[in-house]
Ligand binder design. Sequence first.
Ligand SMILES: [Zn+2]
Ligand SMILES: [Zn+2]
Length: 345
Amino acid sequence: MLTYSYFGNKKAGFCEKPVPELAQATDAVVRVTLSSVCTSDLHIIGGFVPRAQKGVTLGHEGVGIVEKTGAGVKKFAPGDRVAINVETFCGECFFCRNGYVNNCTDKNGGWALGCRIDGMQAPFVRVPYADNCLNKIPDGVSDRQALFVGDILATGYWAADIAEISAQDEVLVLGGGPTGICCALCARLRGANVTVSEINAERRAFIKKNFPFLRVAGAEEALAYCAALPRGGADRVIEAAGGEDSFTQAWQAARPNAVVVLVAMYERAQKLPLPDMYGKNLIFKTGGVDGCKCDEILRLIAAGRLDTQPLITHTFPFERINQAFELFAAHADGVMKTAVTYRGV
Ligand SMILES: [Zn+2]
Ligand SMILES: [Zn+2]
């Protein structure tokens, strides 16, 4: 089958590989029906993910149909429609038992698919620990509705969760890209008032049009809004921009004793000026999603409470995935997310 793989030295491209087989009793092989291009794919190609393996098939966000299951897989059978989790995890180690599946100590634990083991920019993918790492897509939920469940929606849901958001909280989300929007939608589900800070006017217009229940502002306006709040800042801040100034804005916009969640994957070290923030008594939480609440997310989608389909601004057949990457990397044509479709082997 044709795959889209990472070759090292900032290169990726098509590569012929055998169709994956079951390697362990707990594996499933899934026929991919829809996958995506993610910023993390660009990070791998750019050389910012040292653990990424040369030769690995890229792609860690997708949905499909179970093709084969190992003898140890109890929850799934061939023919089941599934969302595939970005993280594979054993379910038994200390970290898994506490819900910290990103730090699963298994050799295939955490973010392995499309990074350390072959991912889903290919017509078939082998998924380790299938019972933990696949989620059944409810009837009535389409592939496009479920596409982001295993990665950016899992991230948004987890970020809103660890931010300890209550109803009526003022939440500031920095970054109005796909991940920031998922964080904002999940914060909103908890009854918070959500402001998205986004520097790009085209993206601000996109959010206004597609998610009119979110407040959206440029960086300066968002900071001024937070500073004028009765408690002197946002109750909760989620930093999903990863820009030059966004970490500074995150702690500056927070009220005293706020929770600041750092979701962004920074390419550079950030400055933590402790003397300047002394007495503000902030709580920082840093991440790497623990993606173990995907069934809850799918239930919310099925109930009509969460809809990320507008984020799919462009769709390409797998044969033209190069173009999906180029468009996504260039931020061209108002792209938010590119979806990739498959015809089979
Ligand atoms: Zn991703
Ligand atoms: Zn584990």
